[in-house]
Design a protein around this ligand. Structure first.
Ligand code: BGC
Length: 479
């Protein structure tokens, strides 16, 4: 994490930390709903399918948010879009927390989802463009770190506010989200736009000023030359047509592919369903399950911190292969854990923690980092929003099909799954088999990664653009 100029280092860390609060909101708002659901269900007398809709509306909001704001981020700037998302986060937290009717709850959840979708690409994009090349990976990983902190805080605050004698316990759980939203809004207000976006809009002097505050002094002149050159070439190349041109095909495949594998190794079935998974594995009582979720959350945070220290040292490719191999092995272990009687539950828990640890050092941060690195400046907003969109789309698909896959395997094995039942009613072996399917996906991801994961460590964003222009392969990118 060494930067020659200590002053730069401090400024940059402050900038990245404030922006990364967007990650905290992302994690908090996706995580908080699981603890609120039992209370919402009783308070509004919701059916199971209304609960499913409520969860899905948040995800659909995120997809829509990412879909419509990509180009706006290139047009209006990264900072304004993040400010807008902070505003939606704050008002959305109040709206969901005070929602008087089910309909308002649903609409406000969708509204919050919009902010999640927007911030999930605009924040890492902002950090990536404002970071010195040398520590770009570490700083963007702070975004992932705060996602995991947000998930953990959501579990803890759900626990703290859960009061069985108060049906409205869900209200404070949701309202707490206002605090980080205000921090993001106020902090972001005082931060500069990124040098790259400023330059792309012709504000060269301002862009250079920001660059001088953040970049290693010995790299500034070269960076300015490279930025000017790329922007001159890119001048007429913004928008949808450009991004689908052959020279950017690999960038698109990489952004969508890494998000495919990030989601299809089943991360959110573990995050969202972990209490149920623990019950299905034979643990008893909701409390044990929630405590187990807190442990999952803490391991996630801890290993994301580890990733901050290694991502700019080991590089992206090594981390991807180490991480995904660990994930595949842990998934096989989880499957076995469901199938073994007795001691199986401890085997399951250990495998799940190993799984989380490997995800946290690799696919978690790498997904959000790489989507901001592979596109040229003028379409970087649009490109990373496509990455984010893929993330939310694949996420929805996996979460929706998890239960269905498990029960389909159950039916194939002639295990009767009662109507309207949930995961804990499905035969553990059937749930376990789904984890083996995820393990297979991880193996495919290893092969895909060999061809498509670029080593962007220490390479400037401008050099990456140059690499595509020359029609070179992703795996040949090197410092
Ligand atoms: C993923 C989320 C996931 C989280 C878990 C993120 O990188 O995109 O889907 O819930 O990591 O830490």
């Amino acid at each position: 994490m060494s930067v020659k100029n200590e002053y730069n280092k401090r400024v940059v860390i402050v900038i990245a930390s404030i922006a990364a609060t967007g990650g905290l909101l992302f994690g908090f708002d996706t995580g908080v709903i699981s603890g609120a659901i039992p209370f919402l269900q009783d308070f509004f007398e919701l059916t199971d399918s209304q609960i499913e809709n409520l969860t899905a509306l948040g995800l659909i909001g995120a997809v829509v948010g990412a879909l419509v704001t990509g180009r706006i981020t290139d047009y209006l700037g990264r900072k304004k879009v993040i400010l807008a998302s902070a505003f939606i986060f704050a008002t959305g937290a109040i709206w969901t927390g005070l929602a008087p009717t089910v309909t308002q709850l649903m609409i406000s959840r969708f509204y919050l989802g919009l902010a999640i979708g927007v911030s999930s690409f605009a924040v890492p994009l902002y950090i990536s463009e404002i970071s010195p090349t040398k520590i770009r990976g570490t700083l963007v990983s702070m975004f992932q770190l705060l996602i995991t902190v947000g998930i953990l805080v959501a579990y803890l605050s759900d626990n703290a506010f859960a009061d069985n004698s108060n049906l409205e316990s869900w209200r404070p759980m949701l309202l707490v989200g206002v605090i980080p939203a205000v921090v993001l809004f106020v902090g972001m207000f005082f931060l500069p736009e990124t040098p790259r976006w400023l330059m792309s809009k012709g504000h060269e002097e301002e862009g250079e000023k920001v660059l001088r505050r953040v970049e290693d002094p010995s790299l500034i002149d070269n960076s300015m030359v490279a930025m000017r050159r790329d922007l001159a070439i890119d001048a007429n190349q913004a928008g949808f047509r450009e991004i689908f041109k052959p020279w950017l095909r690999n960038a698109l495949i990489i952004a969508m592919g890494i998000m495919f594998f990030q989601q299809f190794v089943g991360i959110n079935t573990v995050i969202y369903y972990s209490p149920k998974i623990f019950l299905a594995a034979g643990f008893e009582g909701a409390e044990a399950a929630i405590a187990a979720s807190v442990i999952v959350g803490a391991v996630n945070v801890f290993f994301t911190i580890v990733s901050l220290f290694v991502i700019d040292k080991l590089g992206r490719r090594k981390l991807y292969f180490i991480g995904l191999s660990g994930i595949a092995i842990a998934l096989v272990g989880m499957g076995l854990g469901f199938m073994l009687p007795g001691a199986g539950k401890w085997f399951l828990v250990v495998s799940m923690l190993v799984y989380i640890a490997f995800f946290a050092i690799s696919l978690g941060p790498l997904g959000w980092l790489i989507i901001t690195e592979v596109f040229p400046t003028r379409v970087r907003g649009l490109g990373s929003s496509i990455g984010s969109l893929s993330n939310w789309g694949f996420n929805t698909l996996v979460v929706w099909t998890f239960y269905k896959m498990a029960s389909a395997i159950g039916s194939a094995k002639d295990v009767v799954v009662p109507e309207g039942s949930d995961l804990s009613d499905i035969c553990p072996g059937c749930v376990g088999s789904v984890f083996w399917i995820f393990a297979f996906v991880a193996l495919v991801g290893l092969v895909w990664g060999y061809f498509y994961i670029p080593e962007t460590k220490g390479v400037s964003l401008e050099q990456i653009e140059e690499h595509w222009r020359q029609g070179k392969k992703p795996r040949h990118l090197k410092k």
